[in-house]
Structure formats: structure tokens, C-alpha cells
Design a protein around this ligand. Sequence first.
Ligand code: GSH
Length: 207
Amino acid sequence: MDELVLVIGSRRWSSWSLRPYVAARMAGATPRLVEIALRRPEARADILKWSPSGKVPCLIHGAVVVWDSLAICEYLAELFPAAGLWPEDRAARAVARAVSAEMHSGFPVLRQTCSMELCATTPLADIPADLAAELERLDAIWTDCRARFGAGGPFLFGRFSVADAMFAPVATRCATYALPLGEGAAAYRDTLLALPALAEWRQGACP
Ligand SMILES: N[C@@H](CCC(=O)N[C@@H](CS)C(=O)NCC(=O)O)C(=O)O
């Protein structure tokens, strides 16, 4: 098989890059990482050498170039079918896709107010109402998926799926900013925080 090259942004900040990395590692793949330092004037030009969108992550697999975190996760799910990166059951798979897409396109306040920062802990003194509403939605997704589909394991759909990869950086944000969660959601957050792939990712992430 051609080498998998995953072009990522600075590990401490690039939540979009973390998602396909976690998915790849959970599928048993070890992509070669090309890390591009973000928040520099040259970052965009450096990214454009790999990714036509000027954004990371971008996966290179032989002649195939896949940009966008969710598209990369879909590609990995097809490349490693035995890993079961989407739930086998059609109804569960549909919900897994829906919550992954909701994460991908939603939660704008959480993303803006609590951007991923793996190298600091800065608890939020106050939770603004718009952030509280998104946290309520997050809690509802996590609690509902765990209750309806999670019986077979510690993840949203029991065994690990792309949906968990999509929420992995959210778990780090919950920790960094000490965001309030109910008991069930907090337990799921801790499951994500304990992922070995996240520990690998953190290595060398901080200056
Ligand atoms: N929707 C895209 C978002 C990608 C994105 O916004 N990536 C950020 C880094 S996390 C980026 O490349 N920013 C360019 C820059 O900071 O120069 C995805 O899911 O991959």
C-alpha cells in the first residue's frame, strides 16, 4: 500500500488535524506526519504546497489527495474496512454521520471562544449564554448516543467510530477551559482524553 502522509497544523492548535490522526491510529494505520506551524505569515503558502484548499489537514495517499477532516475520515473508513470506523448498523451509522456532520459544521461559539490549546489550562470564569446553549447540545448528543448505541463499549456507538474522532478535540477543550458537563458526558469526555492516540499526538506538541 502507498504510504499515508497526513499534513497537519501545529499539534497544539489544529483541532481539525487531530481528528483524522485519531481515526487513522484507531484504524491501525501510522501515517507519516508533516507538521506545518500555524499562526505564521508563511503558513498558508506552506500549506498550499500540499493542500489545494490552503487548509490542513490534508491526506496524501499515492495519487490521491484528500483535504478536509471529515472527507479524510471517510477515506480512512473505506481504506480500512476491517476497522469499522462507522457503526455496522444502518440506523446507528446514520446517527454517527449526523453528529459528525453537526460537529463539522456547527458549534461556532465553542470553536471561537474555546479554540483548541493543548499547552495551557485556562478555566473560563463565566460561561456566556450562547456557549452554554452549545454545551447543552453537546451534552445531549453525547448522552443520547451513549444511551441509545453505546452498550458495546465506552464510545458513542460502543466501539470507536469516526464520530469519536470528530469529538476528540472537543474533549480537550472541555478540559482546557473546565467546561461544565453532566456526569455521563463527563465520563465520555474522559474516555476520549484517555485515548492512546491523543497521548501520542501530545508528544512534542508544546514548546
Ligand atoms: N473544514 C476544514 C477546516 C480546516 C481548517 O480550518 N484548518 C485550519 C487549521 S485547524 C487551517 O488550515 N488554517 C489555516 C491557517 O491557519 O493558516 C476541515 O474540516 O478540515
